[in-house]
Write a protein that binds this ligand. Structure first.
Ligand SMILES: *Cc1c(COP(=O)(O)O)cnc(C)c1O
Length: 385
Protein backbone atom coordinates (compact mmCIF):
# COMPACT_ATOMS: atom_id res chain seq x y z
CA UNK A 1 0.00 0.00 0.00
CA UNK A 2 1.50 3.32 -1.05
CA UNK A 3 1.19 6.47 1.02
CA UNK A 4 1.62 10.09 0.00
CA UNK A 5 4.60 11.48 1.91
CA UNK A 6 2.89 13.91 4.29
CA UNK A 7 6.17 15.29 5.60
CA UNK A 8 7.29 16.38 2.12
CA UNK A 9 3.84 17.81 1.39
CA UNK A 10 3.70 19.85 4.61
CA UNK A 11 3.95 23.55 4.03
CA UNK A 12 3.18 23.04 0.34
CA UNK A 13 -0.30 21.57 0.54
CA UNK A 14 -3.22 21.82 2.95
CA UNK A 15 -4.38 18.69 4.76
CA UNK A 16 -7.37 18.58 2.42
CA UNK A 17 -5.19 18.75 -0.69
CA UNK A 18 -2.99 15.98 0.69
CA UNK A 19 -6.06 13.88 1.33
CA UNK A 20 -7.19 14.30 -2.27
CA UNK A 21 -3.86 12.91 -3.46
CA UNK A 22 -4.12 10.02 -1.03
CA UNK A 23 -7.65 9.25 -2.23
CA UNK A 24 -6.47 9.21 -5.84
CA UNK A 25 -3.59 6.89 -4.95
CA UNK A 26 -5.97 4.57 -3.10
CA UNK A 27 -8.30 4.46 -6.08
CA UNK A 28 -5.50 3.76 -8.60
CA UNK A 29 -4.13 1.09 -6.29
CA UNK A 30 -7.57 -0.59 -6.05
CA UNK A 31 -8.40 -0.36 -9.76
CA UNK A 32 -4.99 -1.77 -10.74
CA UNK A 33 -6.22 -5.14 -9.44
CA UNK A 34 -8.89 -5.22 -12.16
CA UNK A 35 -6.70 -4.12 -15.05
CA UNK A 36 -7.31 -6.83 -17.66
CA UNK A 37 -8.67 -5.11 -20.76
CA UNK A 38 -5.82 -2.92 -21.98
CA UNK A 39 -2.41 -3.87 -23.38
CA UNK A 40 -0.38 -2.07 -20.75
CA UNK A 41 1.97 -4.05 -18.56
CA UNK A 42 1.85 -2.85 -14.97
CA UNK A 43 4.59 -5.19 -13.73
CA UNK A 44 7.63 -2.89 -13.54
CA UNK A 45 9.73 -1.10 -10.98
CA UNK A 46 11.77 1.92 -12.00
CA UNK A 47 12.41 3.17 -8.46
CA UNK A 48 16.22 3.35 -8.99
CA UNK A 49 15.66 5.95 -11.72
CA UNK A 50 13.61 8.37 -9.61
CA UNK A 51 16.56 10.78 -8.97
CA UNK A 52 16.41 11.76 -12.65
CA UNK A 53 12.96 13.22 -12.02
CA UNK A 54 14.65 16.07 -10.13
CA UNK A 55 16.09 17.61 -13.33
CA UNK A 56 14.55 19.28 -16.41
CA UNK A 57 15.62 16.36 -18.58
CA UNK A 58 14.86 16.80 -22.26
CA UNK A 59 15.87 14.80 -25.35
CA UNK A 60 15.16 17.61 -27.80
CA UNK A 61 16.55 16.94 -31.25
CA UNK A 62 17.98 14.00 -33.11
CA UNK A 63 19.26 11.28 -30.73
CA UNK A 64 22.12 10.50 -33.12
CA UNK A 65 23.40 14.09 -33.33
CA UNK A 66 25.02 16.14 -30.54
CA UNK A 67 22.88 18.97 -29.17
CA UNK A 68 23.46 22.12 -27.11
CA UNK A 69 20.97 20.87 -24.49
CA UNK A 70 23.04 18.66 -22.20
CA UNK A 71 20.47 17.40 -19.65
CA UNK A 72 19.56 14.58 -21.98
CA UNK A 73 19.71 10.79 -22.27
CA UNK A 74 20.51 10.58 -26.00
CA UNK A 75 23.23 7.99 -25.42
CA UNK A 76 20.77 5.66 -23.69
CA UNK A 77 18.11 6.41 -26.28
CA UNK A 78 20.54 5.29 -29.02
CA UNK A 79 21.15 2.02 -27.19
CA UNK A 80 17.39 1.44 -26.97
CA UNK A 81 17.09 2.04 -30.71
CA UNK A 82 19.99 -0.34 -31.39
CA UNK A 83 18.32 -3.03 -29.29
CA UNK A 84 15.06 -2.72 -31.22
CA UNK A 85 16.91 -2.54 -34.55
CA UNK A 86 18.42 -5.95 -33.80
CA UNK A 87 15.05 -7.36 -32.71
CA UNK A 88 13.40 -6.41 -35.97
CA UNK A 89 16.35 -7.21 -38.23
CA UNK A 90 17.22 -3.68 -39.27
CA UNK A 91 20.85 -3.01 -40.19
CA UNK A 92 22.37 -0.42 -37.86
CA UNK A 93 23.98 1.56 -40.66
CA UNK A 94 20.71 1.71 -42.62
CA UNK A 95 18.26 2.47 -39.83
CA UNK A 96 17.31 5.58 -37.90
CA UNK A 97 14.93 5.82 -34.97
CA UNK A 98 13.93 7.60 -31.80
CA UNK A 99 11.85 7.13 -28.67
CA UNK A 100 8.36 8.58 -29.18
CA UNK A 101 5.45 9.44 -26.92
CA UNK A 102 3.69 6.24 -28.00
CA UNK A 103 2.39 4.23 -30.91
CA UNK A 104 0.40 7.08 -32.41
CA UNK A 105 3.46 9.29 -32.83
CA UNK A 106 5.43 6.42 -34.41
CA UNK A 107 2.63 5.79 -36.90
CA UNK A 108 2.41 9.48 -37.67
CA UNK A 109 6.16 9.56 -38.29
CA UNK A 110 5.92 6.60 -40.70
CA UNK A 111 2.98 8.02 -42.63
CA UNK A 112 4.67 11.42 -42.76
CA UNK A 113 7.82 9.90 -44.30
CA UNK A 114 5.73 7.93 -46.80
CA UNK A 115 3.76 11.01 -47.80
CA UNK A 116 6.97 13.04 -48.26
CA UNK A 117 8.35 10.34 -50.56
CA UNK A 118 5.09 9.75 -52.46
CA UNK A 119 2.98 12.93 -52.17
CA UNK A 120 0.46 11.42 -54.59
CA UNK A 121 0.59 7.99 -52.94
CA UNK A 122 -2.53 6.25 -51.67
CA UNK A 123 -2.49 4.88 -48.14
CA UNK A 124 -4.23 1.51 -47.79
CA UNK A 125 -5.23 0.44 -44.29
CA UNK A 126 -7.77 -2.02 -42.95
CA UNK A 127 -10.96 -1.41 -41.00
CA UNK A 128 -9.35 -3.02 -37.96
CA UNK A 129 -6.63 -0.34 -37.87
CA UNK A 130 -6.19 1.72 -34.69
CA UNK A 131 -8.61 4.63 -34.34
CA UNK A 132 -5.78 7.19 -34.43
CA UNK A 133 -4.76 6.38 -37.99
CA UNK A 134 -7.65 8.06 -39.88
CA UNK A 135 -6.88 11.16 -37.79
CA UNK A 136 -3.18 11.02 -38.71
CA UNK A 137 -4.12 10.66 -42.39
CA UNK A 138 -6.19 13.83 -42.13
CA UNK A 139 -3.41 15.65 -40.26
CA UNK A 140 -0.74 14.91 -42.86
CA UNK A 141 -3.25 15.23 -45.69
CA UNK A 142 -2.50 11.82 -47.18
CA UNK A 143 -4.83 10.32 -49.78
CA UNK A 144 -6.16 7.08 -48.39
CA UNK A 145 -8.57 4.17 -48.81
CA UNK A 146 -9.92 1.94 -46.09
CA UNK A 147 -9.89 -1.77 -46.93
CA UNK A 148 -12.25 -4.35 -45.43
CA UNK A 149 -10.94 -6.66 -42.78
CA UNK A 150 -11.67 -10.34 -42.19
CA UNK A 151 -13.44 -11.64 -39.09
CA UNK A 152 -10.16 -12.42 -37.33
CA UNK A 153 -8.97 -8.85 -37.96
CA UNK A 154 -6.54 -9.23 -40.90
CA UNK A 155 -6.76 -7.01 -43.94
CA UNK A 156 -9.04 -8.52 -46.61
CA UNK A 157 -6.50 -9.45 -49.31
CA UNK A 158 -9.10 -9.76 -52.03
CA UNK A 159 -10.46 -6.29 -51.35
CA UNK A 160 -6.90 -4.95 -51.21
CA UNK A 161 -6.00 -6.60 -54.53
CA UNK A 162 -9.10 -5.24 -56.27
CA UNK A 163 -8.61 -1.74 -54.90
CA UNK A 164 -4.91 -1.61 -55.81
CA UNK A 165 -5.75 -2.81 -59.31
CA UNK A 166 -8.21 0.04 -59.82
CA UNK A 167 -5.64 2.61 -58.65
CA UNK A 168 -2.57 1.19 -60.38
CA UNK A 169 -1.41 4.65 -61.44
CA UNK A 170 -0.83 5.79 -57.82
CA UNK A 171 2.14 4.81 -55.65
CA UNK A 172 1.05 2.44 -52.88
CA UNK A 173 1.55 3.16 -49.18
CA UNK A 174 0.67 0.09 -47.11
CA UNK A 175 -0.23 0.66 -43.48
CA UNK A 176 0.10 -2.90 -42.14
CA UNK A 177 -1.03 -4.08 -38.73
CA UNK A 178 1.35 -6.29 -36.81
CA UNK A 179 -1.19 -7.10 -34.12
CA UNK A 180 -4.48 -5.21 -34.36
CA UNK A 181 -5.78 -3.47 -31.26
CA UNK A 182 -8.95 -5.50 -30.91
CA UNK A 183 -7.94 -9.04 -31.95
CA UNK A 184 -4.14 -9.02 -32.25
CA UNK A 185 -4.29 -9.97 -35.95
CA UNK A 186 -1.16 -9.74 -38.11
CA UNK A 187 -1.49 -8.66 -41.74
CA UNK A 188 0.32 -11.10 -44.04
CA UNK A 189 3.18 -9.12 -45.60
CA UNK A 190 4.01 -11.91 -48.07
CA UNK A 191 0.49 -11.82 -49.49
CA UNK A 192 0.49 -8.01 -49.55
CA UNK A 193 3.80 -7.92 -51.44
CA UNK A 194 2.47 -10.52 -53.88
CA UNK A 195 -0.51 -8.26 -54.59
CA UNK A 196 1.87 -5.37 -55.35
CA UNK A 197 3.89 -7.62 -57.63
CA UNK A 198 0.80 -8.95 -59.43
CA UNK A 199 -0.14 -5.38 -60.22
CA UNK A 200 3.40 -4.42 -61.28
CA UNK A 201 3.52 -1.71 -58.59
CA UNK A 202 7.12 -0.53 -58.34
CA UNK A 203 6.59 2.59 -56.24
CA UNK A 204 5.53 1.50 -52.78
CA UNK A 205 6.18 2.08 -49.11
CA UNK A 206 5.30 -0.29 -46.26
CA UNK A 207 4.78 0.96 -42.71
CA UNK A 208 4.14 -1.56 -39.94
CA UNK A 209 2.10 -0.67 -36.89
CA UNK A 210 3.65 -3.10 -34.41
CA UNK A 211 2.44 -1.35 -31.25
CA UNK A 212 2.05 -4.62 -29.36
CA UNK A 213 3.21 -7.22 -31.90
CA UNK A 214 6.64 -5.63 -32.24
CA UNK A 215 7.48 -6.84 -28.74
CA UNK A 216 5.82 -10.27 -29.20
CA UNK A 217 6.80 -11.63 -32.62
CA UNK A 218 10.60 -11.36 -32.07
CA UNK A 219 10.16 -13.78 -29.17
CA UNK A 220 7.96 -16.52 -30.66
CA UNK A 221 9.04 -19.60 -32.61
CA UNK A 222 8.57 -19.27 -36.37
CA UNK A 223 7.09 -15.75 -36.53
CA UNK A 224 5.44 -14.69 -39.80
CA UNK A 225 7.20 -12.00 -41.88
CA UNK A 226 6.72 -8.79 -39.94
CA UNK A 227 9.90 -6.72 -39.92
CA UNK A 228 12.76 -5.15 -41.91
CA UNK A 229 13.71 -8.61 -43.20
CA UNK A 230 10.50 -8.38 -45.23
CA UNK A 231 11.69 -5.16 -46.87
CA UNK A 232 9.50 -2.72 -44.95
CA UNK A 233 10.27 1.01 -44.73
CA UNK A 234 9.24 1.96 -41.20
CA UNK A 235 7.77 0.57 -38.01
CA UNK A 236 6.18 1.85 -34.80
CA UNK A 237 6.32 -0.09 -31.52
CA UNK A 238 4.86 0.88 -28.16
CA UNK A 239 7.10 1.00 -25.10
CA UNK A 240 4.47 1.26 -22.39
CA UNK A 241 2.53 -1.75 -23.63
CA UNK A 242 4.57 -4.98 -23.47
CA UNK A 243 7.61 -3.58 -21.65
CA UNK A 244 5.57 -1.35 -19.37
CA UNK A 245 6.14 2.24 -18.25
CA UNK A 246 4.33 4.73 -16.01
CA UNK A 247 4.70 7.25 -18.85
CA UNK A 248 3.46 6.33 -22.34
CA UNK A 249 6.28 5.88 -24.84
CA UNK A 250 7.22 4.06 -28.02
CA UNK A 251 9.85 3.53 -30.68
CA UNK A 252 9.81 4.76 -34.27
CA UNK A 253 12.21 3.17 -36.74
CA UNK A 254 12.71 3.94 -40.42
CA UNK A 255 15.16 3.51 -43.26
CA UNK A 256 17.78 6.21 -42.82
CA UNK A 257 17.58 7.32 -46.46
CA UNK A 258 13.91 8.23 -45.94
CA UNK A 259 14.67 10.25 -42.80
CA UNK A 260 17.46 12.19 -44.55
CA UNK A 261 14.80 13.63 -46.84
CA UNK A 262 12.96 15.31 -43.96
CA UNK A 263 15.96 16.37 -41.78
CA UNK A 264 16.27 20.11 -41.25
CA UNK A 265 19.21 21.75 -39.46
CA UNK A 266 18.12 24.02 -36.60
CA UNK A 267 20.55 26.61 -35.27
CA UNK A 268 18.70 27.21 -31.97
CA UNK A 269 19.37 23.70 -30.64
CA UNK A 270 22.35 23.12 -32.97
CA UNK A 271 21.05 19.75 -34.12
CA UNK A 272 18.71 18.23 -36.67
CA UNK A 273 14.95 18.41 -36.43
CA UNK A 274 14.04 14.89 -37.46
CA UNK A 275 11.45 14.06 -34.76
CA UNK A 276 7.73 14.90 -34.60
CA UNK A 277 7.96 16.57 -31.17
CA UNK A 278 10.53 19.24 -30.38
CA UNK A 279 11.06 18.80 -26.67
CA UNK A 280 11.04 15.08 -26.00
CA UNK A 281 10.79 12.88 -22.96
CA UNK A 282 14.25 11.94 -21.68
CA UNK A 283 12.96 9.74 -18.84
CA UNK A 284 11.14 7.12 -20.94
CA UNK A 285 14.31 6.15 -22.88
CA UNK A 286 15.88 5.50 -19.47
CA UNK A 287 12.93 3.31 -18.42
CA UNK A 288 13.21 1.30 -21.64
CA UNK A 289 16.98 1.05 -21.32
CA UNK A 290 16.62 -0.14 -17.72
CA UNK A 291 14.07 -2.80 -18.73
CA UNK A 292 16.28 -3.97 -21.60
CA UNK A 293 19.37 -4.18 -19.37
CA UNK A 294 17.63 -5.93 -16.48
CA UNK A 295 15.57 -8.41 -18.53
CA UNK A 296 17.56 -8.89 -21.71
CA UNK A 297 16.26 -10.80 -24.73
CA UNK A 298 15.94 -14.00 -22.71
CA UNK A 299 13.86 -12.26 -20.06
CA UNK A 300 11.56 -10.80 -22.72
CA UNK A 301 11.26 -14.19 -24.40
CA UNK A 302 10.17 -15.80 -21.15
CA UNK A 303 7.77 -12.92 -20.49
CA UNK A 304 6.11 -13.36 -23.91
CA UNK A 305 5.94 -17.17 -23.63
CA UNK A 306 4.39 -16.88 -20.16
CA UNK A 307 1.76 -14.49 -21.52
CA UNK A 308 0.91 -16.82 -24.43
CA UNK A 309 0.56 -19.74 -22.00
CA UNK A 310 -1.63 -17.67 -19.69
CA UNK A 311 -3.77 -16.61 -22.68
CA UNK A 312 -4.29 -20.31 -23.49
CA UNK A 313 -5.23 -20.92 -19.87
CA UNK A 314 -7.88 -18.19 -20.12
CA UNK A 315 -9.25 -19.64 -23.37
CA UNK A 316 -9.51 -23.16 -21.96
CA UNK A 317 -11.25 -21.94 -18.79
CA UNK A 318 -13.70 -19.78 -20.77
CA UNK A 319 -14.40 -22.58 -23.25
CA UNK A 320 -14.99 -25.03 -20.40
CA UNK A 321 -17.82 -22.72 -19.29
CA UNK A 322 -19.27 -22.59 -22.80
CA UNK A 323 -17.90 -19.13 -23.60
CA UNK A 324 -16.37 -19.17 -27.11
CA UNK A 325 -13.13 -17.33 -26.34
CA UNK A 326 -10.32 -17.40 -28.93
CA UNK A 327 -7.08 -15.75 -29.94
CA UNK A 328 -5.07 -15.25 -33.11
CA UNK A 329 -1.72 -17.03 -33.56
CA UNK A 330 1.06 -15.34 -31.59
CA UNK A 331 -1.41 -13.01 -29.90
CA UNK A 332 -1.95 -12.47 -26.18
CA UNK A 333 -5.34 -10.85 -26.82
CA UNK A 334 -8.19 -13.18 -25.84
CA UNK A 335 -11.44 -12.30 -27.59
CA UNK A 336 -14.87 -13.31 -26.30
CA UNK A 337 -18.52 -12.22 -26.65
CA UNK A 338 -19.29 -9.05 -24.72
CA UNK A 339 -20.69 -9.75 -21.24
CA UNK A 340 -22.92 -7.70 -18.89
CA UNK A 341 -21.86 -4.07 -18.50
CA UNK A 342 -21.26 -4.37 -14.75
CA UNK A 343 -18.65 -7.10 -15.30
CA UNK A 344 -17.10 -5.43 -18.36
CA UNK A 345 -16.69 -2.17 -16.49
CA UNK A 346 -15.39 -3.76 -13.27
CA UNK A 347 -12.57 -5.50 -15.20
CA UNK A 348 -11.95 -2.56 -17.57
CA UNK A 349 -12.70 -4.71 -20.62
CA UNK A 350 -12.30 -2.91 -23.96
CA UNK A 351 -15.37 -3.42 -26.15
CA UNK A 352 -16.08 -3.15 -29.86
CA UNK A 353 -19.44 -4.17 -31.27
CA UNK A 354 -20.33 -7.61 -29.91
CA UNK A 355 -16.87 -8.51 -28.69
CA UNK A 356 -14.68 -7.77 -25.71
CA UNK A 357 -11.13 -8.76 -25.01
CA UNK A 358 -8.68 -9.24 -22.22
CA UNK A 359 -5.04 -8.63 -23.00
CA UNK A 360 -3.01 -11.17 -21.07
CA UNK A 361 -0.09 -8.93 -20.10
CA UNK A 362 2.68 -10.05 -17.73
CA UNK A 363 0.78 -8.83 -14.65
CA UNK A 364 -2.34 -10.90 -15.36
CA UNK A 365 -2.73 -13.88 -13.00
CA UNK A 366 -4.74 -17.10 -13.08
CA UNK A 367 -6.57 -15.84 -10.03
CA UNK A 368 -7.76 -12.71 -11.88
CA UNK A 369 -8.87 -14.74 -14.91
CA UNK A 370 -10.76 -17.15 -12.65
CA UNK A 371 -12.50 -14.29 -10.87
CA UNK A 372 -13.48 -12.54 -14.10
CA UNK A 373 -14.91 -15.84 -15.33
CA UNK A 374 -16.75 -16.38 -12.05
CA UNK A 375 -18.31 -12.91 -12.40
CA UNK A 376 -19.42 -13.71 -15.96
CA UNK A 377 -20.88 -17.07 -14.98
CA UNK A 378 -22.65 -15.63 -11.95
CA UNK A 379 -24.25 -12.83 -13.98
CA UNK A 380 -25.28 -15.33 -16.64
CA UNK A 381 -27.05 -17.41 -13.96
CA UNK A 382 -28.80 -14.33 -12.64
CA UNK A 383 -30.05 -13.45 -16.10
CA UNK A 384 -31.42 -16.93 -16.80
CA UNK A 385 -33.16 -17.18 -13.41
C1 LIG B 1 -2.12 1.02 -28.79
C2 LIG B 1 -2.04 1.02 -30.27
C3 LIG B 1 -1.72 2.18 -31.00
C4 LIG B 1 -1.58 3.52 -30.37
O1 LIG B 1 -0.59 3.58 -29.44
P1 LIG B 1 -0.56 4.75 -28.36
O2 LIG B 1 0.69 4.42 -27.64
O3 LIG B 1 -1.81 4.64 -27.54
O4 LIG B 1 -0.47 6.04 -29.08
C5 LIG B 1 -1.62 2.08 -32.36
N1 LIG B 1 -1.81 0.92 -32.99
C6 LIG B 1 -2.11 -0.21 -32.34
C7 LIG B 1 -2.31 -1.49 -33.10
C8 LIG B 1 -2.25 -0.19 -30.96
O5 LIG B 1 -2.58 -1.34 -30.31
Amino acid sequence: MHLINKILCDGQLTAQQQQRLQDLLDSVNREANYFLGYPCNRAFDYTPLYPFLSYPMNNVGDPFKPSRYHLSTHEFEREVIDFFADLIHAKHEEIWGYVTNGGTEGNMFGIYLAREIYPEGLVYYSEATHYSVPKILRMVHARNIMIKSTTNGEIDYQDLAETVRIHRDAPVIIFANIGTTMTGAVDNLDRIKQILKDNAITQYYIHCDAALGGMILPFVDNPPAFDFDAGIDSMAISGHKMIGSPIPCGIALAQKTHVDRIARAVEYISTFDTTVSGSRNAITPLFLWYAIQSKGSNGFRKMVQDCLNMADYAISRFNAQGIPAWRNDNSITVVFPKGPEAVMSKWQIALQGDIGHIVVMPHVTKHQIDRLLADLVEMRTEVTL
